[in-house]
Design a protein around this ligand. Structure first.
Ligand code: SF4
Length: 324
């Protein structure tokens, strides 16, 4: 099993298939951003599939397709199908803002994507307009319902909790997710780029305590996809809420993931700059054995943890460049 210097098994690879997005969320891509990767530098579907196959031979079994907004990448269901068919891949999921999910949900499900995470920071249309920079809520809701109809399970809602922005919207979102049978995850902001740093940080510790009281939630050691969330569940087990707390209570000791950017750069940690370039190897015709050796070499670079608190200005990348 692929593991790093700290004995952590790297079972999970997140793949950013594009750094572009149709939204401009205030904590992520700044308005007017132009520094996107050029298409000729994007890994092709053949290159992505070859690299994932090498990771799978080394024991990585969970793949998440992310962006930017992954549904902006043409023919994504084709890539999903090729990855789902690889030996050793047992879990294929997608993170999306759902603005185009109504078009692609059935094809993605048929291709082998089993579960999805949808970014949704408020149920208020005006508030979503100011957070995402677009009148996005109607399209997102249409995408969510299409995802539900297509049979993705679970459907998780990722809500970035921002002090003074949407903190008052959390309880409505909890009620909405319980009603719709979605799994809500509240996420603390991280100092990823200037936008991440400029967003009001909201410590989720007190929020968790309040929701635990209000909705009578109990701590549950739930296995819901190998991610960093800590889940609380209603007494009857019918609903769960996850808390992703990289700032107030980080989870680096059990980190199991690395991130592949659209240009073939493998980032070993979301909160650090250590990286490994795979595109030159892939384009110079590296053999399967050489790719596997390079992956092992890359994983040796994986840092122990982030330093978001100690060095909040360290990471200049925006979240969309590696996909959360
Ligand atoms: S910050 Fe880095 S080490 Fe910590 S959980 Fe995220 S990727 Fe893993």
């Amino acid at each position: 099993m692929l593991s790093d210097r700290f004995g952590r098994s790297i079972e999970y690879l997140r793949i950013s298939v594009t750094d572009r997005c149709d939204l401009r969320c205030t904590y992520c891509l700044p308005k007017g951003f132009k520094g996107f990767e050029e298409p000729q530098d994007w890994l092709t579907f053949d290159e992505i599939t070859r690299l994932v196959a090498a990771f799978a031979r080394l024991g990585t079994s969970r793949i998440r397709l992310t962006g930017g907004e992954p549904l902006l990448r043409r023919n994504l269901p084709e890539l999903a199908g090729r990855i789902a068919a690889l030996p050793g891949i047992r879990d294929l999921s997608l993170s999306t803002n759902a603005t185009r999910l109504d078009r692609y949900a059935p094809a993605l499900k048929a291709a082998g994507v089993s579960r999805i995470n949808v970014s949704l920071d408020s149920l208020d249309r005006e508030q979503m307009k100011s957070i995402t920079g677009h009148d996005s809520l109607p399209k997102i809701m249409a995408g969510l319902m299409a995802g539900k109809a297509a049979g993705f399970a679970p459907i998780k809602i990722n809500m970035v909790a921002m002090r003074g922005v949407n903190d008052a919207a959390i309880d409505d979102m909890v009620a909405f997710c319980i009603e719709q049978d979605f799994v809500l995850r509240l996420i603390e902001t991280m100092p990823m780029g200037a936008t991440g740093r400029d967003t009001g940080f909201l410590d989720l510790g007190p929020i968790q305590e309040r929701l635990q009281q209000k909705f009578n939630l109990q701590a549950q050691a739930l296995e819901l996809g190998g991610g960093p969330a800590r889940y609380l569940t209603t007494a009857d087990g019918s609903a769960s809420i996850g808390f992703i707390t990289p700032m107030s209570q980080h989870f680096c000791a059990t980190c199991n993931r690395v991130r592949l950017a659209v240009d073939g750069t493998l980032y070993l940690c979301l909160g650090q700059e250590e990286k490994f370039e795979f595109r030159p190897l892939l384009r110079d015709g590296a053999s399967d054995a050489e790719l596997e050796a390079a992956i092992r070499l890359a994983i040796e670079l994986k840092p122990q943890k982030h330093e978001f608190r100690e060095q909040p200005t360290k990471v200049v990348r925006f979240m969309s460049q590696t996909g959360g």
